[in-house]
Design a protein around this ligand. Structure first.
Ligand code: NAI
Ligand code: 15L
Length: 271
C-alpha cells in the first residue's frame, strides 16, 4: 500500500514542481518543503518555507509523514562551502530528523554526476552497472555520493530504508544529444518514485533514473526490480537533436564521460 502523506523537499524546484502534478494521482498527499516560498494547492498538505539547516523546521516537516522524497539541495556545481551546507549537512539534518520521528522510507535524489567521470559507453549498451565505482565529476557529484553513503549508514544502523535514484536528466523533453541517453521523462519519474516509495524490503538500493531510452548508457535492472516499468523513450527526439548538434565526438572532453561537460574545468551546462 502506498504511503499516504509524503514530505516533498525541494518542492519549489523544477523536478519538485513536476512531481507536485504527477505524484498525487498515485494517492499521495504531499507536504511541501523548500527555502523558496510556495503555497500548497488544494489537496496538498501544508507548505513549509525553511532551509535544511533549520533543524526545528525540519522536525516539524517530518512529523507524521509516511515517507520522504528528498529533492532539496543545490542541483548544479557550486563552491564547496555552499554544497557542504545545502547538500551534505542538509541531507544529514534531514536523516536525523527522520530518525527522531521514526520515518521508515526515504527516496533520495542522487545524480548521474556521482559517477560522472565514468567513461561514456556505446549508445544503447546499458553498460554502466549500478555498482560501478564512484567517480564524481564535481563537488556536486561528490555530495550525491555522500548522500548515498549516508543512506547506507542509516539503513545499517537505524533501519531507515532509502532508494537512491541517480537521476539522469528529468525535463519535459530532451534538449541535447547526451540527454537522449539519460533522459527521464516526468511521467517515468513519477512511476519510478512511486515504485521507490512502495517496493518492499529495499534496504538501501541504488538505481539509475531514466526512461527506456534506445541509446541508454546504464543498467536499469535495479530500478525494474522495484517494479518500475518505464514507458517512454527519447528516440523520437533523436533525429532533430543530432541534425542540430551533431553526434557526441569521442575526442571532445565534454563528450567523453557520463557526466558530459560537468567533467571539464570549469564545468559547463547543458552539454
Ligand atoms: P532545482 O534547483 O530546480 O530545485 C532544487 C530546490 O531545492 C529549489 O527549489 C531550492 O530552493 C531548494 N533548495 C536548495 N537548497 C536548499 C536548502 N538548503 N534548504 C531548502 N531548500 C533548498 O533542482 P531540480 O532540477 O528540481 O532537482 C531536484 C533534485 O534532483 C536535486 O537534488 C538535484 O540534485 C536532483 N537531480 C535532478 C536532476 C534533473 O534532471 N532535474 C538530475 C539529477 C539529480
Ligand atoms: C543533474 O544532476 C542536474 O541536477 C540537472 O540539472 C542536469 O544537469 C542533470 O544532472 C544532467 O546531467 O543532465
Amino acid at each position: 500500500t502506498a504511503p499516504r502523506t509524503v514530505l516533498l523537499t525541494g518542492a519549489a524546484g523544477g523536478l519538485g514542481t513536476l512531481m507536485r502534478e504527477l505524484l498525487p494521482p498515485y494517492g499521495y498527499r504531499l507536504r511541501l518543503f523548500d527555502q523558496r516560498p510556495i503555497e500548497s494547492a488544494a489537496g496538498e498538505a501544508e507548505a513549509i518555507t525553511a532551509e535544511l539547516a533549520e533543524k526545528e523546521a525540519l522536525r516539524e516537516a517530518v512529523r507524521g509523514v509516511d515517507a520522504i522524497v528528498h529533492l532539496a539541495g543545490i542541483s548544479l556545481e557550486a563552491p564547496f562551502e555552499k554544497i557542504l551546507r545545502a547538500n551534505i549537512e542538509g541531507t544529514y539534518h534531514l536523516y536525523e530528523a527522520a530518525r527522531e520521528a521514526g520515518v521508515r522510507r526515504i527516496v533520495f535524489a542522487s545524480s548521474n554526476h556521482a559517477v560522472g567521470f565514468t567513461p561514456r559507453p556505446a549508445d544503447g549498451s546499458g553498460a554502466i552497472p549500478v555498482d560501478t565505482p564512484r567517480r564524481p565529476d564535481t563537488y556536486y557529484g561528490l555530495s550525491k555520493g555522500f548522500g548515498e553513503d549516508l543512506a547506507s549508514l542509516y539503513w545499517d544502523l537505524h533501519g531507515i530504508e532509502t532508494v537512491s535514484v541517480r537521476i539522469g536528466s528529468c525535463y519535459p523533453e530532451p534538449t541535447t544529444v547526451r540527454m537522449l541517453s539519460i533522459w527521464l521523462s516526468p511521467a517515468d519519474a513519477a512511476r519510478l518514485l512511486h515504485a521507490a516509495l512502495t517496493a518492499p524490503d529495499v534496504g538501501h538500493t541504488v538505481v539509475y533514473g531514466s526512461s527506456a531510452n534506445t541509446r541508454l548508457w546504464w543498467d536499469l535492472s535495479s530500478a525494474r526490480a522495484l517494479g518500475y516499468e518505464p514507458q517512454d523513450d527519447s528516440e523520437p527526439y533523436a533525429a532533430e537533436l543530432l541534425a542540430a548538434q551533431g553526434a557526441l565526438a569521442p575526442g571532445n572532453p565534454e563528450h567523453a564521460h557520463l557526466g558530459g561537460a560537468f567533467c571539464t574545468d570549469p564545468p559547463r551546462w547543458p552539454y
